[in-house]
Design a binder for this molecule. Structure first.
Ligand SMILES: Nc1nc2c(ncn2[C@@H]2O[C@H](COP(=O)(O)OP(=O)(O)OP(=O)(O)O)[C@@H](O)[C@H]2O)c(=O)[nH]1
Ligand SMILES: [Mg+2]
Ligand SMILES: [Zn+2]
Length: 293
């Protein structure tokens, strides 16, 4: 039988089965018992022994994170708003990190009730060729809630974003049918501040799996070589094969040799996205060189 691990306390696991039955205090078989082998988020095979579930096997992971320790994160909701002012460089770093980790990023523009339509249009314009979906919500009025629920249903999702954009408020909106809303939302927001603990909060009524929020808005360093970053810029897809040098940084080459730079000049690539690409490239290159050279 198959299930998903949603909690681990001292190697006693909680599993949700494919038909949404929750098994608590499950043990693991043999070498899987080893500390840290099974992560929250793992899809596992289990058997029933004397009425209790025993984990037999872990399926391949699509990704894994160290802080928080979680596997198979599928969606990151990156929350932004007009107030506090949006930090597009942070947003692009979060998007890049998602793409590196094989997580689907979704930009969630919150506070629809108080922001200008032009702000939404501007964000849509900047990200139109990025391949990143955008949802517009208001945690206060509940606008956009159904689309948000549709986007994350049945998948493991987490929230990230600057302070005060409304992450906690969105969690409360998602949980509004839940009795223990206050308690549960606090748990999701805080997470446990230890390197070993992570939890996925399964909300059965809505078929939502929300990972602890703490930790996902920060990253120590992007885990990638600087010359690989460009591969994750969907805006470059149409053009990079026409660059003269391969690989091409699309930064240092002359415009006549770089189809991306030439497209940028013809306004076929968004300048904001390109400039952030350049900044991220330079930051990672500097960090890389101070580490290895
Ligand atoms: N008008 C309006 N205000 C909102 C909305 N969502 C959140 N707020 C307000 O924005 C402020 C910050 O919201 P929080 O949910 O605490 O933000 P957060 O992202 O959890 O912030 P941190 O926990 O500091 O990271 C609060 O005063 C909320 O009431 C919204 O949709 N509309
Ligand atoms: Mg909060
Ligand atoms: Zn190029």
């Amino acid at each position: 039988m198959k299930g998903k691990v949603i909690k681990n306390i001292a190697d006693k696991f909680t599993i949700v089965s494919e038909d949404d039955v929750i098994f608590e205090n499950c043990k693991a078989r043999g070498n899987l018992k080893q500390n840290g082998k099974i992560l929250v988020g793992d899809n596992v095979e289990y058997s029933i022994e004397l009425g209790e579930a025993v984990i037999e096997k872990i399926d391949c992971r699509i990704n894994e994170f160290i802080r928080p320790p979680i596997a198979n994160l599928q969606i990151m909701l990156i929350v932004i708003s007009e107030k506090p002012a949006v930090d597009l460089l942070l947003l692009d770093k979060l998007i890049l990190n998602c793409k590196i980790k094989n997580v689907k990023p979704i930009i969630v523009i919150n506070k629809e009730d108080i922001i200008k339509a032009s702000f939404i249009e501007n964000i849509k314009e900047i990200y139109k060729d990025s391949g990143v979906d955008i949802l517009v919500v208001s945690a206060v009025t509940g606008k956009g809630k159904d689309d948000l629920v549709d986007a994350i249903q049945g998948k493991i999702a987490c929230l990230s974003g600057q302070s005060a954009v409304g992450k906690s408020s969105i969690i409360n909106m998602l949980l509004d049918k839940n009795e223990k809303v206050g308690e549960l939302s606090k748990k999701i927001e805080r997470g446990k501040n230890t390197t070993r603990h992570a939890e996925i909060h399964f909300i059965k009524e809505q078929n939502i799996y929300l990972a602890d929020t703490a930790g996902f808005s920060k990253f120590d360093a992007l885990d990638i070589a600087y010359n690989k970053i460009e591969e994750f810029m969907q805006e470059f897809d149409e053009f990079r094969c026409d660059c003269h040098y391969k690989p091409c940084s699309h930064i240092f080459e002359k415009e006549q040799d770089c189809a991306v730079k030439s497209a940028l000049n013809d306004c076929k690539i968004n300048k904001n996205r390109y400039n952030n690409y350049k900044q991220i490239y330079e930051q990672i290159k500097n960090a890389w060189e101070s580490r290895y050279e």
